[in-house]
Design a protein around this ligand. Sequence first.
Ligand SMILES: Nc1ncnc2c1ncn2[C@@H]1O[C@H](COP(=O)(O)OP(=O)(O)OP(=O)(O)O)[C@@H](O)[C@H]1O
Ligand SMILES: [Mg+2]
Length: 260
Amino acid sequence: MAIISTAGLARTFRSKAGPVEAVRGIDLTVRAGEILGFLGPNGAGKTTTLRMLTTLLPPTGGAATVAGHDLLRDPAGVRRACGYVAQSGGVDPNISVREELVTQGRLYRLTKPQAALRARELTNDLGLHGLLDRKTSTLSGGQRRRLDIAMGLMHRPEVLFLDEPTTGLDPGSRADLWDLVRRIRADHGTTVFLTTHYLDEADALADRLVIVDKGVIVADGTPADLKSRYAGGPDAPLQDAFLAITGRSAAPQDSAPVAV
Ligand SMILES: Nc1ncnc2c1ncn2[C@@H]1O[C@H](COP(=O)(O)OP(=O)(O)OP(=O)(O)O)[C@@H](O)[C@H]1O
Ligand SMILES: [Mg+2]
């Protein structure tokens, strides 16, 4: 069953220097329970796509449904179904971890006791126990990122959008986050739509990869498919496939000696 389906989804930004076609027509179907890695070079249109699918940014073209709700006709339904962890979290530094989580839960209509319970569960799950009463401004980068993820999970969304969730995390915390994503999917059937620039992460975690470049999809398949098709075999490094797909050669660039 498709939980996300888009047709010609597009976004052009107006800027003083002229229009920027950030997303130029994305046709995509995501199955319920899939872990989808949405990859692409800087500026490819990943964050713009996530912001449209979570109703934070209106499309300038195309259509989409998320968890059965039409993006344009029922944005409130889409919002209820989605959790979104932005590329850079914007949070009030003066409140505590607990207050931040409870406020987020209340926004999604949890009662106060439900929100408080959920905040305790998630901080335990995400290795943030003992930090509930800390001001968010005192958290380390990795703790901050885990709090962002807890925020996205407060209302048990059907679809979780994670924009570069592990940037800045230490290797142990990254591995914990992979486990968490797998557990959320296994326990709740949650669909996970994630972007990352760590190709080892995409390879290990995603069932399927969609690669975008300059606002369009340029490849779609399982990690093994893409490596076989673009890098010579299912055991090749995903980076080789990624570089071939996005037209950046993996071979060393023109290696003329440099005069020193
Ligand atoms: N508000 C805006 N106004 C003008 N241009 C924008 C705006 N937001 C994004 N863009 C442009 O749209 C393009 C796509 O940006 P987007 O943030 O979606 O890329 P991305 O794939 O998430 O990149 P990264 O890997 O660097 O996070 C970029 O060229 C960016 O400069
Ligand atoms: Mg981005």
